[in-house]
Every structure is written in structure tokens, then in C-alpha cells.
Design a protein around this ligand. Structure first.
Ligand SMILES: Nc1ncnc2c1ncn2[C@@H]1O[C@H](COP(=O)(O)OP(=O)(O)OP(=O)(O)O)[C@@H](O)[C@H]1O
Ligand SMILES: [Mg+2]
Length: 401
């Protein structure tokens, strides 16, 4: 049987419409258009962990009236909103002997950290890594801006922003980096339901940058494009400690511009031989392309580059070997911790949640604990690298503590 006579654009358009309208209907059923995502409240154990204090100490602070009390449940357990945690953190910091004990962000002399999460292997865990890193840093008291640089907009979707519904026109980083009439980046930054975390969503419009850049290069040279992400960030740089950029699975002009803005680079690696081969090509191509823009005058100084093994199946012999292999080659550039493969992560993703938003009670305890322990270990290791960078480069050395 032959296919109906039809042009390809019309056929694909038909499937696009069918799928889009169905997805809209599904979302309307599960997530009404005016519904906003909210962050659940936290137990005292969770709040204490985020604040970096023992929960008995937290209880004592409440009892002695040193910090404001919070809501209690019917079973008289305290529940903390993120605003509560934020306020307690700042109250503790105000009385701390050593600055930065409770509020860990930049201090005088520390530079904004811009962290790009890259690899052109699709599904290597870039978005999962970006979302959990950005959220964990915000929960820990950093001021974070997450940027969704992927036209597929998975990071935005995870944060309750459905590209087709919520961003019909504009609203992505493209508006701030476009060549004609760019808007200030603050126009496209949105607050999220997580205190301390702002987001620039993505959608298909980001592709425009890929289409317009060749002509811009012809007019003004490579210099025209590679500085655009960094330049756009300049006007808000004082508002944040860390920017996390979730890159698309390709090496386009946007990814190159994000990389040239970056002080830190995280390459996610799914520990399988085929993925390593694809990563090898990715690294070669990236090096070549970055070389071209360095020759055109880009400043490519950066602070750190790390490989993060993702979706590691605990106990899987071939994967364990692959991790040992890249550790042998790259040494300390591979993070000590890795992100385990877990149904807690994929299931939470299905309901557009990260592990930090999900309710522990929806999973078996061991599954959840193992996943969140691995995620925290990875994110806290990255936070420590950021702290070290500040300690090394910033004004901290000269500062009495
Ligand atoms: N540690 C994990 N355990 C289980 N599932 C995971 C884990 N990390 C990611 N996933 C799942 O794998 C899929 C791909 O992950 P993710 O979207 O983070 O990859 P990506 O590199 O951003 O992909 P793309 O290149 O398409 O942007 C998602 O469905 C995600 O839920
Ligand atoms: Mg992604």
C-alpha cells in the first residue's frame, strides 16, 4: 500500500497538531492552566540538613526563641516552608562568628560562577543534573539562576513551564541575545516556587539564534556571537552566586556562547562504551570550535572542568569498568561521586518533579534514600569546588575569618 499523496510538511504538521492538542488536553486534566507549582513543606530533619545544623539544635533555637517558630502538624511536628528556612538561615548568619557559615554565596571579591552542563549525547542526564544542581544550591542558600538553553525545554517543563502553553511569544534567553533589539535579560527571568532559584525558560525560539548567527558572523566576525551570553548576564551578575546552564545535545552557537561564558563546565557521562566514543567526538569537536573562537579573540579562561558519571547502575560490572577506565584517564577531573540510576529519579521526572520536590513516602525508603544520597553527594561536591574556586581566586584569602 502506498502512502497517501501528500507533501512532507503537511504530513508532519498533521502529527504535530494531533500530538500538541492531545498534550494540551492531558495537561489541562492533570495540571490546570492557572495552577502553579509549589514546593512542599519540609520536615525538621530536612530543614536542619539544609541549614547545616543538628535538628536537636534547631529545636533548641525555637525553644529559646532565638528563631521564629513555624507551623506544626496535627501530630505536633514542625513543618518548614522554604521561606522559613531562608529566614532562619539569615538570622543564624547574622549572629555567626564566621561569615558564610550559613549563607554560603559570594562575598566581596568572589566572581559569579557560570556552570554549563554539556554533552551532545542525548539522554546523558544533562537536564536531570542541571535541575538537581540548581535546586540543591538554592535550597542550600545560594542565589541561583538556571537557564534552559535547550529548545526542547525539558528544564522548563520540570519547573512547571510548558513551552507551548506558557511561552507563546518570547520569554527565552533568545530575546536577550538576539542581534536586533535584544531586551535586558531581567525581562526573561522568572522567579520559581523555590526560594533563591530563578529561571530563564527555553522553547523553540532559541533555534533562531542558530539561524541568525551565520549572517551576524559575516557582518561582524565570530566576535559577534560568542560573547553574547556573557554580555547578557552582565546586567544581573550581582544578583546571583551561581548560574547553571542546561545545554542542548548539540554543539550549536548557543552552546558555544554558553561555554565561552562559563567558569565551570560539567560534562555528563553515561558510563557505557558507546557513550564514551560519542563523548570522544564531542570533546574533539568542542576543542576545535572553541579554538576557532579563541583565535577570534574570545577569553576562554575557566576555573574548573569535571566529568560526572550519570545514571550509574549500582553493581553493574561493565559500567563500573567504564567509570574506572575514565578515572584512570582523566584522574581528578572525574567527580568522586556519581549519580546513580534510580526509578526514584525517573518516576519523579514523569510527574515533572525532582527528588527534592518529590515526597519520600511515594517511594520505597531504600530506593529514595539511595537516590537522594547520591544526588546530594554529587551536588555538594560541586558546591565544594565552587567554594574552593572562590577561596583561591577571590578576596577571601586576604580576609580575616
Ligand atoms: N539517574 C537517573 N536515574 C534514572 N533515570 C534518569 C536518571 N538521570 C536521567 N534519567 C532519565 O533519563 C532521561 C534523560 O535524562 P535527561 O533529560 O536528564 O538527559 P539529557 O542529557 O538532558 O537529554 P537531552 O540530551 O535530550 O537534553 C529522562 O527521562 C530522565 O528522567
Ligand atoms: Mg536535556
Amino acid at each position: 500500500m502506498s502512502e497517501p499523496e501528500q507533501d512532507l510538511d503537511i504530513a508532519i504538521g498533521h502529527y504535530a497538531e494531533l500530538l500538541a492538542s492531545n498534550l494540551h488536553a492531558q495537561r489541562a486534566a492533570h495540571f490546570p492552566p492557572d495552577a502553579k507549582k509549589v514546593m512542599r513543606s519540609l520536615t525538621s530533619g530536612e530543614a536542619a540538613e539544609l541549614l547545616g545544623v543538628d535538628h536537636t539544635y534547631l529545636r533548641k533555637l525555637h525553644r529559646e526563641g532565638k528563631i521564629a517558630d513555624v507551623e506544626t502538624t496535627a501530630g505536633s511536628h514542625r513543618r518548614y516552608t522554604l521561606d522559613d528556612v531562608w529566614e532562619i538561615r539569615h538570622a543564624l548568619e547574622a549572629n555567626a562568628k564566621k561569615p558564610g557559615t550559613y549563607v554560603p554565596g559570594r562575598r566581596a571579591g568572589d566572581e559569579l560562577q557560570i556552570v554549563s552542563v554539556v554533552n551532545f549525547k542525548g539522554g546523558s542526564g544533562k537536564t536531570t543534573t542541571s535541575a538537581h544542581l540548581a535546586q540543591r544550591l538554592a535550597l542550600k542558600g545560594y542565589r541561583v539562576l538556571a537557564i534552559d538553553l535547550d529548545p526542547q525545554a525539558s528544564l522548563s517543563a520540570l519547573h512547571g513551564i510548558q513551552p507551548e502553553l506558557d511561552l507563546m511569544e518570547g520569554g527565552t534567553l533568545y530575546d536577550a541575545v538576539r542581534y536586533d533589539e535584544p531586551v535586558p535579560i531581567s525581562d526573561v527571568i522568572r522567579k520559581t516556587y523555590i526560594r533563591g532559584l530563578d529561571l530563564i525558560p527555553g522553547n523553540l525560539e532559541l533555534m533562531e539564534f542558530e539561524h541568525e548567527t551565520p549572517a551576524a558572523i559575516q557582518r561582524g566576525g565570530a566576535r559577534a556571537f560568542f560573547a553574547r551570553v556573557r554580555d547578557a548576564l552582565d546586567s544581573v551578575e550581582a544578583d546571583y552566586d551561581v548560574v547553571v546552564i542546561d545545554c542542548p545535545p548539540q554543539l550549536g552557537f548557543l552552546t558555544m556562547s554558553a561555554l565561552s561564558a562559563s567558569s565551570g563546565v560539567l560534562v555528563t557521562v553515561h558510563p557505557q562504551m558507546l557513550d564514551l566514543m560519542s563523548m570522544s567526538q564531542f570533546l574533539r569537536m568542542t576543542a576545535d570550535l572553541l579554538g576557532v573562537i579563541r583565535d577570534a579573540g574570545a577569553n576562554l579562561r575557566f576555573d574548573w572542568l569535571r566529568f560526572l558519571p550519570t545514571r550509574y547502575k549500582v553493581g553493574d560490572a561493565p559500567q563500573t569498568e567504564v567509570i574506572a577506565f575514565i578515572r584512570g584517564l582523566f584522574g581528578r577531573s572525574v567527580l568522586t561521586n556519581h549519580m546513580v540510576e534510580s526509578t526514584a529519579i525517573s518516576d519523579a521526572g514523569l510527574t515533572k518533579q525532582t527528588l527534592y520536590e518529590a515526597e519520600k513516602k511515594d517511594f520505597t525508603r531504600q530506593t529514595f534514600d539511595r537516590a537522594i544520597d547520591s544526588m546530594n553527594a554529587v551536588n555538594d561536591e560541586i558546591a565544594a569546588i565552587i567554594q574552593n574556586t572562590w577561596a583561591k581566586n577571590g578576596g577571601r584569602n586576604g580576609k580575616k575569618t
